[in-house]
Structure formats: C-alpha cells, structure tokens
Design a protein around this ligand. Sequence first.
Ligand code: GAL
Length: 377
Amino acid sequence: MKLNKKVIAAVLASAMVFSMTACGGSDAPAQEAAPAEAETPVEDAAETPEETEAADDTADAATEAADEAADAAEAVVGEGGNIGVCIYKFDDAFMTTYRNALQEILEGKGYTVTFMDGKNDQAEQNNQINNFIAQKVDALIINPVMTSAADQIIATVKDADVPTVLINREPTADQMSAYDKLVYVGCDARQSGTMQGELILDTENQGDINGDGKVSYIMIQGDPENIDAQYRTEFSVKALTDAGIEVEELDLQRGDWDRNKGQEIAQNDLAKFGEDIEVIFCNNDDMAIGALQAIQAAGRTVNEDIYLVGVDALDAALNEVAGGNMTGTVLNDAQGQAEGAVQAMEDLLGGKTYAAGEQSIYVDYVKVTPDNVADFQ
Ligand code: GAL
C-alpha cells in the first residue's frame, strides 16, 4: 500500500508538471474557449485609438466567454458530470480490479458513471461509444477491445468533440495525434517484461535449474494483438539474453489472458517437455494461476524444480508469491492508473489539450518478490 501511494503521488506530480508545460500557451482553457474572430482584432489593437477601444471590447467579450467556459468546465469537474466508461470485457481479472478502482474514484468525486462491457467485441464497443455520444456524456474513458480499432475510435470521439482518456491498450503516438483532447494513461509494458526476466535472474541459478548452461522456458502469451503481450514476451527473455544467459524457447502459445487457457497450455507442455521446462513465463497472473494448477497437478514444485512468473499482482498471485508457489510477479498498478486516468479526464474537462507526442502518461510497474510482497497485500 505504501508503495502504491508513492507511485500515485509520483504520477500525479509528473502529470501536474506535464500539465503546466503543455498548457502554457494557446492550450490554456481561456484561449481555447475564445472564438477565433475575437482573437484576431486583439492582435491589431495597437493600430489606432478607436481600434484599441473596439479591440478592448472584443477582448472583454472573449475573456467573458472564456470565463463562462471555464465555469462550465468547473461545474462538470466539481459537481459531477456524466462519464461513460467502456471496458474491453468485464470478464478479465485485472480489468475487474481496474474497473472497481475507477468506479470508486469517480463516484467518490460525485460523477455519474456508466460502465459498458465490450464483451471482447469491437463492433459491440463501437455501438456503446456511439450511444454514450448520443447521450451527450461529458467525457469518455475507453479501454479499446482492439488496438487496431484505435483510428476509428479516435475519429469518432473527435468528431463528437468528447474529451477522451484511453486506458490499458495503447495506440501509437501518431494515431493519438489526430485529436488533442485525447490522452492515454497506462504503463510501459517493456518495463514489466524486463522485471519478469530480472525475477528469474535473481534466483540462485539464474533460471538454469538443471545446470545445462541454458534456460529452457515456455511462454504463455496474452492476446498477441495487444502491445502488453508483445512487449512482455520480448522483454522478459531479452533481460536474460542481455545478461549473457543462453535461452531455449520450448513453446510459445497464446492464452488470451485467461486462467483456464493458462492451465491447459501448461498442462500440455508439462506432459510434452517434462523436466526440460525450467521457467514458465506468463504475460499475466491469471494465466500464471492456471499454470500453477497444472504445475502442482504434475507433481512439480515452484522454486525447486521450476520457476513461475506473472504480471498484475492480483490478490491470488500475491498469496502464491507469499506462499512460495510463484517465483514472483510485477505490480500492474490498477489503482495508480485509475487515479491517473481520472486526473487526466479532469484536466481535459478543465480545457487542457495535449500536443502530439505528449499524449501518453505512464505509471510505473513494481517488482514483487517474497521479500516485499507484504507491502502489496
Ligand atoms: C494487461 C493485464 C492483463 C489483461 C490485459 C487486458 O495489462 O496485465 O491481465 O488485463 O491488460 O488488456
């Protein structure tokens, strides 16, 4: 908990610094709200006294309009507006924790919030986004079903002029640059992959349990369309090879973030490769919990004859790390990301816009081992 709060504080602090740098000029709410016609005469103001007076009037009107817009934004921020939240699917362990955190924060701040279950179907989610727009929500928070749908989602919210925070599935900077009232809050998945590799490097034999000079592993991947799955798969192994360790991939299979699939893949691989498997890398904890069931059913013992790592720090995984049944996990800070997403949403509601290339706000991952697991429970 202590660590969590520190992470959140760091995010908020950096978001504030970022907000100040990005807001400095024409992005400030007052100027956003001022109509373009009102700005032009202000530039000519010095030319004649008459023009100066006229310009002053126009400038006053512009300031008034800006104040009104700022008041309106404040009313939404302070007194609760209508917020639509689209989750890629409710039936996802980590996104359930994230959703609960978002709900608590948003409702605690007085917003009226509606959550929609995309059921892992992009067409369904597109309808939900359109419905929210038709209902004139004040802001949207979207966890896209497919990263490849980002262009379409961004075009839709831009067209409707709805401030939007994307979460969990990061589009490219180029895609986001299409709309300046759009921001992504999430994590840099490379970091979580690297930390998984480090968890193995930190073991007494650096993952080479049978001493044959190489680490033989299976990789249970999330949804391969997802950047988190791609980066965790790549960077977990890269941490080993960067440290000069030889590796052998016995199998790589998609488990779609799902516990049952993690169990099935591990069960089949344990039957096929037996003692050759020294490490099971899982792109998330839910699949790792499934893999653990298969490991135990096969009579193997984690941290003795096999290593097992996940990502997310779900409660179930924290218990297994504490009990020595998982080598470690990596905190995917749902609370910190939810806080960051709501902060970003309120910045947008307050009139903040984001310059291209500055539309991603990251929350740090944290390595979880038996030594520090108590801090997270
Ligand atoms: C990842 C998380 C997974 C899954 C996925 C959904 O960040 O580690 O457990 O929730 O997001 O996109």
